[in-house]
Design a binder for this molecule. Structure first.
Ligand code: AMP
Length: 257
């Protein structure tokens, strides 16, 4: 399958080609067509599978469609059409970068992140300006929602990325609160490693007759990682071995479990 056959706008196909992608990944092939049709989705797919593009490309199609609509009067705060919630600031930044990369040929694309640990001033300014895609961590977005600065009444598509992690971090109430501030008629897509327990319940509450997409994870051995096994006689010997390995000149960084 090629990107051409996914019915994406020419500007998006050009952007993924510029990024060097030859063909859509498994999750992109399976999630993009129903996402473009407006379907709610529950997707289990790992980081590294190309999952970000599987929701960012359909989101950008909505942004492109909005370009044909009459512009609101100057100064009107409309808020975003697309809202992506992520558990961490780092993931929010990655999604924002993907949106800018895949949307590089979309005219006047406006992408903004609202995350914790960053001064409020710039975020407030960006929330007032014309905005296509907002990527936020739930805690900080709640702050802006409660102060009346975040407008979510025009959200067409809500994406919950790594929903299981967001729930593990205790974001269940903020997520409900944020979803309530968006229109009921929105499209909702949810990405999570699992859909059991509390994640499944959240999906039941937020999604309408969702399509379930499961992409089997492939854990590939990384070519740059050499695997070695050392037998240790006892605890002291193990510590001595570890000490020796970690003080080798070639070791810059190490993770010890
Ligand atoms: P993600 O799972 O969204 O974090 O993506 C993992 C990596 O795969 C990122 O570096 C993307 O740039 C890359 N990627 C996404 N889609 C494709 C594709 N269709 N072909 C090649 N690489 C891709």
């Amino acid at each position: 399958m090629s990107f051409d056959s996914l019915n994406l706008h020419e500007t998006l196909v050009r952007a993924v080609t510029t990024a060097g992608y030859a063909a859509p990944t498994d999750v992109q092939q399976r999630a993009i067509p129903p996402a473009l049709a407006g379907q709610d989705l529950m997707v289990s797919s790992n980081t590294g599978s190309g999952k970000t593009a599987s929701f960012v490309l359909p989101a950008l199609m909505r942004v492109l469609a909005s370009r044909a609509l009459p512009r609101p009067p100057r100064g009107t705060v409309t808020g975003p059409r697309i809202l992506v919630l992520t558990p961490t600031r780092e993931l929010a930044m990655q999604v924002a970068k993907a949106a800018m990369d895949y949307g590089r040929f979309v005219p006047h694309l406006s992408v903004c992140t609202v995350v914790g640990g960053v001064p409020y001033g710039l975020q407030l300014k960006q929330l007032r300006a014309p905005l296509d895609i907002l990527i936020a961590t739930p805690g900080r977005l709640i702050d802006h929602l409660e102060s009346g600065k975040a407008v979510l009444g025009n959200v067409e598509m809500l994406v919950l990325d790594e929903a299981d992690r967001m729930l593990d971090m205790g974001f269940i109430d903020p997520i409900h609160h944020i979803a309530k501030a968006t229109p009921k008629a929105r499209q909702t897509v949810m990405y999570s490693a699992t859909f059991g327990g509390h994640v499944g319940r959240l999906a039941e509450e937020l999604l309408r007759t969702p399509q379930r997409i499961e992409v089997s994870s492939q854990t590939e051995a990384h070519a740059d990682i050499e695997q070695r096994l050392h037998w240790a006689d006892d605890f002291q010997h193990k510590n001595a071995l570890l000490d020796h390995i970690l003080t080798e000149r070639s070791v810059d960084q190490a993770l010890v479990f």
